[in-house]
Design a protein around this ligand. Structure first.
Ligand SMILES: Cc1ncc(COP(=O)(O)O)c(C=O)c1O
Length: 402
């Protein structure tokens, strides 16, 4: 995952030089995004597919950059489906997520969704009602909440324990019996998304291996004919130690060996990654408005805040950042600064929760310098409470030229 820091910093500096008040901005590097996605696709073994979970970042330029590279998009709401279909009539789409409405289920069928990931027997029954009204067949995966032995928990667990997601494995038999009596709904396979924030390539391989083992047993026991398994998303970004990222090279090599030795003939393996595809292409930049000492701690207050970039607070980490020195200081009095210090970087919101980094070491940071947060391309702008306090939205632009 290569970051093009020089190009990104240059473009932020160029924009900052033209504005007459402190800058806050999102910058997305589409060149890096395309390279990264192409690399992931090229290193996945034969028999695998890569979908992009657009909830991570559904901006149109991001989707346009990815559409020619990935096998399709995963959506989790009728809104995401409508957004994708408004711009991409033919891209394969899969639809997952809890609490789907009837009109979302019927919309999915009308919009030629490749596969619906069903979350409960009740959802299956509602789908059957829609299928009987429309006369169009539906293809589904059952999303199963599986317990896996020795599953190392990450910071965000969606399964492997009581959660609202998926069908608990104890209810599988009943769902399969119901499906047998409803041939208008075709079971194409199983969907798993037990966790996000996975940083350990070997642990992720073990998880995929456990899915394969489980599905092989179900196919034998229930005499199923399925064509793919969706192993979800969940590969993480190491925000705390950004130099130690998920080892994709080891993962793809391990996966190649796993599928060669233990793959299920005729059954494809589909990934629906969000964070790991788009996080590294995004940057959030904020210019420093004030620097304060308060009871022994230093606070750096930037233009913007968690209403633009909620990722660090949402995940409970101190986000890594770069300081870009800006020489101009437009006032006739001394410029606040701090050196060789530990700082908290906060935004403009009237809440102590508006924290982007804490206890973070800095060489020197001065008022008017720029702070640039990398890994802000996924679950960043799109999960933030944009209109809290009615501050303006940040500037936003895309780097697309090599
Ligand atoms: C069902 C499902 N698939 C895929 C994803 C994407 O996960 P990630 O961004 O961790 O890859 C999510 C995220 O919540 C999800 O719920």
């Amino acid at each position: 995952m290569e970051l093009r820091l020089a190009e990104v910093f240059e473009s932020i500096r160029a924009v900052q030089a033209k504005v007459d008040e402190p800058l806050c901005a999102y910058v997305y590097d589409l060149v890096a995004l395309r390279r990264h996605a192409a690399y992931l696709v090229s290193t996945l073994p034969e028999g695998c597919e890569l979908f992009y979970a657009i909830k991570a970042n559904s901006d149109l330029p991001i989707l346009q950059a990815l559409a020619p590279l990935v096998d399709g998009f995963e959506v989790s709401s009728g809104g995401e489906l409508a957004w994708v279909r408004a711009h991409f009539t033919d891209v394969p789409v899969i639809f997952s997520g809890p609490g789907k409405l009837d009109h979302e289920l019927s919309g999915a069928i009308e919009q030629n969704v490749d596969c619906l990931h069903v979350e409960s027997l009740n959802e299956l029954r509602r789908l059957a009602g829609i299928v009987s009204q429309t006369g169009k067949a539906a293809a589904v995966l059952l999303r199963i909440n599986l317990t896996v032995g020795n599953l190392a928990e990450t910071g965000l667990m969606m399964g492997g324990k009581p959660t609202p997601f998926g069908i608990p494995v104890q209810q599988l038999r009943e769902c399969l019996e119901w499906l047998r009596a409803h041939p208008e709904i075709r079971l194409r396979g199983f969907h798993f998304h037990l966790l996000s924030h996975q940083l350990d390539a070997q642990a992720h391989l073990q998880l995929v291996a456990a899915y394969l083992t489980q599905v092989r047993r179900w196919c034998d026991e229930y005499e199923l004919e399925i064509d793919h398994i969706n192993v979800g998303g969940g590969i993480g970004i190491n925000y705390r130690q950004p130099e130690q990222q998920f080892d994709w090279t080891a993962f793809s090599a391990g996966l190649t060996a796993l599928l060669r030795n233990d793959g299920l003939p005729g059954i494809r393996v589909r990934f629906e990654l969000g964070r790991y595809i788009s996080a590294a292409c995004g940057y959030y930049a904020m210019q420093v408005i004030d620097i304060k000492r308060s009871y022994g701690k230093t606070f750096v207050i930037g233009r913007g805040g968690s209403h633009h970039f909620r990722t660090p607070y949402a995940q409970g980490h101190s986000h890594p950042f770069h300081v870009l020195p800006i020489d101009a200081w437009p006032y006739p009095f001394p410029r606040p600064e701090t050196s060789n210090d530990r700082v908290s970087i906060v935004g403009q919101l009237c809440t102590p929760k508006d924290v982007l980094a804490f206890d973070a070491p800095v060489g020197t940071v001065r008022c008017n310098d720029l702070l640039v947060f990398p890994y802000a391309g996924a679950y960043a702008w799109h999960i933030s409470h944009h209109d809290f306090l009615r501050h303006p939205h940040p500037a936003q632009w895309y780097l697309s030229v090599e």
